[in-house]
Write a protein that binds this ligand. Structure first.
Ligand SMILES: [Zn+2]
Length: 291
């Protein structure tokens, strides 16, 4: 039930990923570079950082689609088979799993295995040290596919690693001394982040996000919010804002945005993984009163 876990909350999410390739058609496909297919934004970000100019990256989750429930065209499935490298996460997007199985690409990075997933939470990228592990696997595959540019990929990996290490340090330091160590979130996507940085994460929808939370669960949350001294409830940009707002409103507390970074939206089109994670850090520091 990995995909169902946040599917309901994500249903309303309109992800507007930049159309860097792909759907515009093959008009740009005549370049001599590598062709890489990724399945959603954080994977696309990693490939673009490491491959740089050497690859065209087609991201399967396109504008207006939320990542869990995408469907692929016959052409996209064929593209997978033709790609020099496919980077995806198993059990996160069922259509992609099927397409990978059908097209059987030569070079694949399965991000969940690379990241060392534990349990059924797919949102590993919210822990930058796990995204760094995926980056290492991506670099190894790119060097295998295009050994002439292996040095370039290695240098790009080093730069990305430095950025992710710096981000990890900022998160560790920034969240080390907070008045509140519990976060209440509308989208149960922050387990890896909480685990890495010592935050207890409570989902508004608990473990059954398909349904509205029961009155009993709401009462339980309200008790927890009072007991833990929580003054902020977190929701993502577009999903379940209403629910978080009403819960916060009942208790006279505020809401703030915490972005699960499953894709870029119109509002975050100019951001990237690093800037969104730093925005998340600022929101957490403010909401949990960290010094
Ligand atoms: Zn999710």
């Amino acid at each position: 039930m990995r995909t169902r876990r946040c599917a309901a909350l994500a249903t309303a999410l309109l992800v507007a990923l930049p159309l860097l390739t792909g759907c515009g058609g093959g008009s740009e496909a005549s370049g001599s570079g590598l062709r890489v297919v990724t399945s959603f934004y954080p994977l696309q970000y990693v490939v673009q950082r490491i491959a740089g100019e050497r690859a065209e990256v087609a991201n399967l989750t396109q504008a207006g689609k939320e990542p869990h429930d995408i469907e692929l065209s016959v052409r996209q499935t064929a593209e997978l088979g033709d790609a020099d490298l496919v980077v995806y996460e198993k059990d996160f997007q069922a259509a992609v799993d099927d397409a990978v199985e059908q097209s059987d690409p030569d070079h694949v990075v399965e991000a969940g295995a690379a990241a060392g997933l534990e349990g059924d939470d797919p949102h590993f990228w919210l822990d930058p040290t796990r995204l760094a592990k995926v980056a290492t696997s991506v670099e190894a595959q790119l060097a295998d596919v295009d050994p002439a540019h292996a040095d370039e990929f290695a240098a790009n990996l080093k730069a990305l690693d430095a950025d992710l290490t710096s981000l990890d340090r900022s998160l560790s330091q920034g969240l080390s001394d907070c008045r509140v160590d519990t976060i209440v979130v509308s989208h149960d996507a922050f387990g890896y982040l909480g685990k890495r940085y010592g935050l207890d994460v409570v989902g508004i929808n608990g473990l059954s996000p398909d349904a509205e939370p029961s009155p009993a669960h709401i009462r339980e949350l309200q008790g927890l919010i009072r007991d833990a001294g929580i003054t902020t409830v977190f929701s993502e940009e577009l999903v379940s804002r209403k629910l978080a707002d009403s819960l916060a409103g009942d208790l006279g507390i505020r809401t703030a945005v915490l972005d699960p970074i499953e894709g870029l939206s119109d509002a975050t089109a100019d951001e990237d993984y690093l800037s969104l994670m730093r925005a998340n850090l600022r929101a957490l520091q403010k909401g949990n009163r960290c010094t």
